[in-house]
Design a protein around this ligand. Sequence first.
Ligand code: AMP
Ligand code: MG
Length: 491
Amino acid sequence: MVEKKAIIGTCFNLDNSYANLSDIFFTRQNPSHVPSPKLVALNYSLIKSLGLDAKFLQSNEGVKILSGNDILEGSVPLAQAYAGHQFGHFTMLGDGRAVLIGEHITPQGERFDIQLKGSGITPYSRGGDGKAALGPMLREYIISEAMNALGIPTTRSLAVITTGESIIRESYLPGAILTRVASSHIRVGTFQFASRFGNVYELKELADYTINRHFSNVADKENKYLSLLQEVIKRQAELIAKWQLVGFIHGVMNTDNMAISGETIDYGPCAFMDVYDPATVFSSIDIQGRYAYGNQPKIAAWNLARFAETLLPLLHTNEDEALKLAQKEVSSFAELYKSSWLSGMRAKLGIFNEEAQDKLLIEDLLSMMHKHSADYTNTFSALTFDKREDNALFSSIEFNRWYELWQERLTRQPESKESSIQLMKSSNPAIIPRNHRVEEALEAAVKKGDYSVMDEFLDALSRPYAYSKKQEYYSTLPEPSNRSYRTFCGT
Ligand code: AMP
Ligand code: MG
C-alpha cells in the first residue's frame, strides 16, 4: 500500500468502524493519484447538514482530499468486498472503482460513509480501470439530489472533481471522482459475500454490525436476525413504492445495488419515465426488460429472498424452521409494498380515507394513461390543478367517466376539496429530472465546461412541489424525435 501524507483539516470528522470488521470484508486501499484535480460541483446544502466547512472543501487542501490525492488524518481508506446477482447470475464483485475514506460523524452524532467513486483500481476491479467519466458522475449527482428532494431515501452527492485524466470508454472522456455520502454501503451483496465466502461467525459479525448501525431498535429482540430481515423488507417495500410513485426506474437492480439501509444506491442506467408504460426500460443492456418499471417490485422481492437466504444460519438452529421463518417474511413484502403504494397513490389523487374500491379507481386511471400514452408526471399535475388540456387521455369518453367517479369519491371523505388539492400538490411533483433536460445539463457541463445549466436545473429540482414559474420549462416533454432514450451501464 502506498503511504500518503496525512493532513489535518477542518473537514470530515472521520471514524472507521468498518475497518474494525474481520479482514475478509475489505482491503485497505488508497485512492490513486490524479494529475490535476479541479472541483466542478459542490453541494452546499449537504455540506451544511453534515456540519462541514464549504470554504475548506473549496480550498486546494480540500480538493486534494476530495480527489484522493491527500488522506485526512484519521482516515483508513478501504475498498469493500461484496458479491451479488447481476441479472440473475451470482458473481464476486466489490468496490472496483471506489474507496471508502471513512465515516463522517456529524455534530448531531449521525454516521455517514464518505466514498470516492472513480478513484482508481482496487483488488476488486476485475480488469476495469477503476475510473469514472465526468458525465455519469454528474448524472448521479443530479438524479440522487432530485431523489432526495422528492423525499426518497438515497445516497447523496457531495462533490464532483475532474481529475485532469482522459479515460477510455467508447471514446476518450474526461475522468472524474464523485464524493458519495451514504448511511452505509452495506448491500444485499455484502451479506451474499459473507454467506458464500465467510464462515458463520463472520456472517454474524456483519449482521450484528448492520443491526448496530442501522437497526438498533431490534438489538434486544429475541430473534434479532429475524427482526433485521423484517426491517430490511419493510424499508425496501417503502422505498420501491416511492420509486413507483414518481416513475423512477433504477435500471440495474442487481443484489449488489440494493442497500440494506433502504437508500437508493448506484445511479447507473437509471432514468425517470415520461409516458406511462409498465414495460419502460431505458438501460441499453437490459434486453429482456428484467428491470423494467413494472417489474421493480417483483425484482425487489427476489433480491430480498436472496438476502433472507444469507441469514438462514442465524434465524434458527433447525434448517427447516429457519427456512419457514424466512419464507414467511419474504412473502410479506408484496402486502407491505402494496399498502405503501396504495397510500401514496391515494394521496396523489387527493384521497385521505380508505375505500376498498380505491385500488380499482387507481388502476383504471393507470390503464387509461397507458392506452393513451399519457405522460406520468404531467397527468397527475394536470389533475392537481384541474387543467385537463386537449390530449388523447383527457378527451376520451372513458376518462371523463372515470373523472366523475373520482370526483364522487372525493366527496366521500370529511376533508374539503381544498385540502384534497393541497394533498395532491404535496404528492405530485411539478418537476422530475427528465432525460432530455438531464442530457442538456450534462452536455453544457461536459462539452462546454458550462455548469450554469446544471446549477439552474438542480435549483429547480430542489423544490419539486413548488410549482414555480421556473419549473414549467422542465416539465415540457421531449421532442418526438428524442423520445427513445437509452442509458448506459459503462458509467
Ligand atoms: P455498478 O454497475 O456500478 O454497480 O458496478 C458493478 C461492479 O463493477 C462493481 O463491483 C463495480 O465496482 C465494478 N466496476 C464498475 N465500473 C468499474 C471500473 N471502471 N473499473 C473497475 N470496476 C468497475
Ligand atoms: Mg453497483
